[in-house]
Ligand binder design. Structure first.
Ligand SMILES: Nc1ncnc2c1ncn2[C@@H]1O[C@H](COP(=O)(O)OP(=O)(O)O)[C@@H](O)[C@H]1O
Ligand SMILES: [Mg+2]
Length: 319
């Protein structure tokens, strides 16, 4: 069975380099297996770049890192047409998006035009240049990182396009104990060595993805997902304290993203069925970038996480 021979060892492999950050590692694999792009948010220095690099080595994906900067242009990521001196014809030179795993690092440091070019490519699986469209790799998977918005010199991402990300993961600082292990691994050289070559094949990845698609989700769980996402549209019906707290609710795309994500999480835990805990665990990451709270909510200092917790306390799974 591919779980115990492939995916469990792979998770251990990632953890042999990255200390802690289980949520980060799990979310990267959920995106990969659930066919969804992942946005990581956290202070610089929390192992975001390292984790994505290690993942690319561990799963044998053709990897590129694009550092987003204020002077980046859309054509720097999509590619552009250049004049071929030999033939005198225009020829398309593909940009870095034409890889399997793209790390879009610090996306909020680039202007909105570049962010839009990335988000469009993510939505459509293709790029258009000079009136022609070019298909991206069928495995095309984006992990983007952003610095917390308080950092200066950042451009907020276009809100309407944010839901092209399946998950928006918020990272925490390590504990003192974990930080000690990070220090020891760094001094032993583990962190700067590439992982030994991986044996994971494209067929393993495709098989796992197909397994995620077919994974059993009881109709009671399906109703639970729908009830939770619907709560963003009529929160006062869930709890009176949530009246007028939502400015922009979540769309059915959020429901579909949540369903894919919970199935991938179940798979990564070696189960062939989804549990309510998968849903509770992933709901904040599905809503963090989709749900826009109102001024009233902000005045009450209600965060999306706190909002989600209140909804989870009130909406129960009905059998
Ligand atoms: N949890 C961790 N496990 C292993 N190394 C870590 C961890 N957190 C930070 N580091 C180390 O700290 C440095 C910064 O990590 P990096 O991936 O560049 O951070 P980020 O991309 O989040 O800014 C790297 O040398 C990395 O190995
Ligand atoms: Mg980084």
């Amino acid at each position: 069975m591919s779980y115990s021979t492939v995916w469990q060892p792979l998770q251990q492999r990632l953890s042999s380099v990255i200390v802690g950050q289980e949520r980060l590692l799990e979310r990267l694999l959920i995106g990969l297996l659930g066919r969804g792009h992942v946005l990581l948010e956290g202070a610089p220095g929390l192992a975001k770049t390292t984790a994505v690099k290690v993942l690319s080595q561990a799963v044998n994906l053709d990897f590129v890192r694009i550092q987003f900067t204020p002077d980046l242009m859309p054509s720097d990521i999509t590619g552009s047409e250049v004049l071929d001196k030999d033939t005198g014809m225009m020829r398309f030179v593909p940009g870095p998006l034409f890889h399997q795993l793209t790390l879009a690092d610090e996306i909020n440091r680039a202007p909105p035009k570049v962010q839009s070019a990335l988000l469009e490519a993510m939505a459509e699986g293709q790029v258009s240049v000079g009136g022609q469209t070019y298909a991206l790799d069928p495995l095309f998977f984006v992990v983007a990182t952003q610095n917390p918005l308080e950092h200066s010199g950042t451009y907020p991402l276009p809100e309407a396009q944010m839901d092209r990300f399946m998950l928006h993961v918020a990272l925490d600082f390590p504990s003192q104990e974990q930080e000690l292990v990070i220090l020891q691994r760094a001094r032993s050289g583990v962190l700067s060595q590439p992982l030994p070559p991986s044996t994971l094949s494209l067929a393993d990845l495709q098989q796992a993805r197909a397994g995620v698609e077919r994974l059993h989700m009881d109709v009671s769980i399906q109703r639970y997902l729908v009830a939770l996402i619907s709560a963003t549209r009529a929160p006062e019906q869930v709890h009176e304290s949530l009246r007028d707290t939502v400015l922009v609710p979540a769309s059915p795309r959020a429901t579909l993203a949540l369903a894919q994500a919970v199935c991938a999480r179940a798979f990564l835990h070696g189960r062939d069925y989804v549990t309510p805990d998968d849903v509770v665990n992933l709901l904040p990451d599905v809503l963090r970038h989709r749900l826009h709270l109102s001024a009233k909510a902000r005045a009450q200092q209600l965060s999306v996480d706190a909002w989600v917790n209140r909804v989870l306390d009130s909406v129960k799974l009905a059998h």
